[in-house]
Design a binder for this molecule. Structure first.
Ligand code: GDP
Length: 297
């Protein structure tokens, strides 16, 4: 289960406070030390943890909390609120183009779940908005990637524009966009190549696609299971591409929580969706307050 260890440790630390009728500043400090350790062990970014602990401490040791009738309860509420803030406070909707089509570029490292997520997103748009999305298969390095996208397209009845693996991805995207406007598609979802790690060639290619397609949304797909590495990946892609949002996948696994809690604070970019399974409807909007509640258990 996701966040299992973190939830248990947070509940432990806060539970100790709850047992006391009166809470002293020293009690707060002890609890904060435990929460700090719990967050670091969950692989939350060091600086994010530091800022979080400082803010919670400052709010918690005030007289209006410690002298209140329910100090522990109020501290739990402060922790909840600050966790929510750390993750961006509010859900951020998908960007929309003023005129169709809205162009969404999916980027990410190989294996993060980019193609699967492209499928889930298209399915979501179809079912929730009665949209008419089209895919462009621009990952020309893995022939299997095109087949995978075609299979997904067939499964959810979304057309896939592809030109095999011998054409330059920028040219594929150019022709794909023409096709989309002929077909009147209201969303175009571009599946781009991923690699095992960020490299200059990948970034240059993505930059070229971005320059041509001028996407309304550049969604970076990262694997929550990779913790702090997912945050580094997000920083790298954001620096080069100025992404507009993140999709955090594999939250159905036993991820520790670091990526969910750090990405927004480190990159300034919102997590827009979370992937919670391999099936077509396993994609949910990311609500920071719900996630904070889930983490607190
Ligand atoms: P890509 O290389 O980034 O395009 O990755 P794929 O879309 O091929 O996904 C890699 C693997 O991760 C596949 O086996 C997917 O089924 C799986 N996957 C993607 N998203 C999720 C998710 O949210 N939860 C789980 N459990 N598996 C996922």
């Amino acid at each position: 289960m996701a966040f299992e260890g973190l939830t248990e440790r947070l509940q432990n630390a806060l539970g100790k406070l709850r047992k006391k009728g009166k809470v002293s500043e020293a009690d707060v400090n002890t609890a904060m030390r435990e929460i700090r350790m719990a967050l670091l062990e969950a692989d939350v970014n060091f600086k994010v943890v530091k800022d979080f602990i400082n803010t919670v401490k400052k709010r918690a040791v005030g007289a209006e909390v410690l002298d209140s009738l329910t100090p522990a309860q109020q501290i739990v509420k402060i922790v909840d609120e600050e966790l929510t803030k750390m993750m961006g406070e509010k859900a951020v909707p998908l960007n929309k183009a003023p005129h169709i089509p809205t162009i969404i570029m999916m980027v990410g490292l190989q294996g993060a779940g980019k193609t699967t997520t492209a499928g889930k997103l298209a399915y979501r748009l179809k079912t929730k908005e009665h949209a008419r999305p089209m895919f462009i298969a621009a990952d020309v390095y893995r022939p299997a990637a095109i087949d995978q996208l075609k299979q997904i397209g067939e499964n959810i009845d979304v057309p896939v524009f592809e030109m095999g693996t011998d054409t330059d991805p920028v040219e594929i995207v150019r022709q794909g966009l023409t096709q989309a406007s002929l077909q009147n598609n209201d969303y175009v979802i571009i599946d781009t190549a991923g690699r095992l790690q960020i490299d200059e060639k990948l970034m240059q290619e993505l930059q070229n696609i971005k320059d041509l397609a001028k996407p309304n949304e550049i969604l970076l797909v990262v694997d929550a299971m990779t913790g702090q590495a997912a945050v580094d990946v997000a920083e790298g892609f954001n620096k080069d591409l100025d992404i507009t949002g993140v999709v955090l996948t594999k939250l159905d696994g036993d991820t520790r929580g670091g990526a969910a809690l750090s990405i927004r604070a480190v990159t300034g970019k919102p997590i827009k969706f979370i992937g919670q399974g391999e099936k077509k409807n396993d994609l949910d909007i990311f609500y920071p307050d719900r996630m904070a509640n889930r983490i607190l258990g």
